[in-house]
Ligand binder design. Sequence first.
Ligand code: KE4
Length: 426
Amino acid sequence: MDSRNQQLFERAQRHIPGGVNSPVRAFRSVGGVPRFFVEGSGSRVTDADGQSYLDYVGSWGPLILGHAHPEVVRAVQEAAAKGLSFGAPTEREVEMADLLCDLLPSLDMVRLVSSGTEATMSAIRLARGYTGRDVLIKFEGCYHGHSDSLLVKAGSGMLTFGNPSSGGVPADLAQHTLVLDYNNIGQLENAFAEHGARIAAVIVEPVVGNMNLIAPQQAFLNAMREQCTKHGAVLIFDEVMTGFRVGPKCAQDYYGIAPDLTTLGKVIGGGMPVGAFGGRREIMEQIAPLGPVYQAGTLSGNPVAVAAGLATLKLVQAPGFYETLTLRTRQLTEGMVAAAAKHGVAFSAQSVGGMFGLYFRASCPQTYAEVLECDKEAFNRFFHAMLDAGHYFAPSAFEAGFVSAAHSEADIAGTIAAADAVFRAW
Ligand code: KE4
């Protein structure tokens, strides 16, 4: 008899492409049947077959407090009882804007949207409108959502402009995107030397979470800041994933870099659809209705979603929140590294704040090329062995993982013990 997950997956594929509403959920990278979740509570989720898992995906980052935090749920219920949406300003959006600008010194102004994709798409249009330039620099392996200018892969040869990495993206749009190598300072400086006057913006994940986790070299971020300042390009920190995940004031504070624009999402919605872009006043004042760069959204600043985000952002500001989250995450990665070493498995791992990377490679990769050296089949084998043991990791070797404040020391120890058993049987 097929499992309930299998039955649901077969049914889902009739009317939903691939049976999922976002590709990574389909388990195509790891194989097998995706789990259909019916409930989450704290550090755990339960699937349609009643199987419970310790959750290290957390909806890809938003659930930093764990699932169904009572104060977040209550905030949503109270807001919903007063109306789901107005398409008009509400005090809660003003509270959110004030809070974000108070927490992030680089934000003079901020605009709320409904997803990270909308945030980065809008920030790129704004940077192009503000500078009057077209060229965008991004880095191979970084993901910033699915707007056309970002679905671009490196052109052949060095410093050549991009080609579409997705169907439906016009070549003459992709050609405005220059795709460089993450942590490669020389290449970045050469690109500015050659094209500086045409570069509207650089968009970067200050800690990469979309080619597995890659930590930046401080000199790389410093060079990026210097080059953007020197050439009048807009530095966009895409903090959709790192925002309030790596620390109380995001990656920009963690690495001491003030971007010109910041994009946010995930944690600032606490599991509900909220994104944001913000930054220097002189740039943000180019956005409609003040300026010539158009951007809009029916549900932007939705009061129910913002209520979840506000409740989440208030709770993560509690004294010691990030110290504990960082400690738990480090305990997880160090425990798994020790277990793999004990059993002679080529494995490495690292964490930044509440996010982590696991690699079937002897040392942590620092570049996209080194990520590609990781043993993907080994990861897939590990993924399924841990899934069967009740520990749910991202269903792809090219994704970061996340710990929540709801993960107890016992949870972390349990996952390490499960990994030890998997490595022992390797
Ligand atoms: P959304 O449009 O998915 O809300 O955000 C896009 C985005 C932008 N910037 C960064 C740094 C991101 O990580 C994301 C989305 N992250 C993926 C996880 N790799 C979301 C999961 C998915 O696509 O289903």
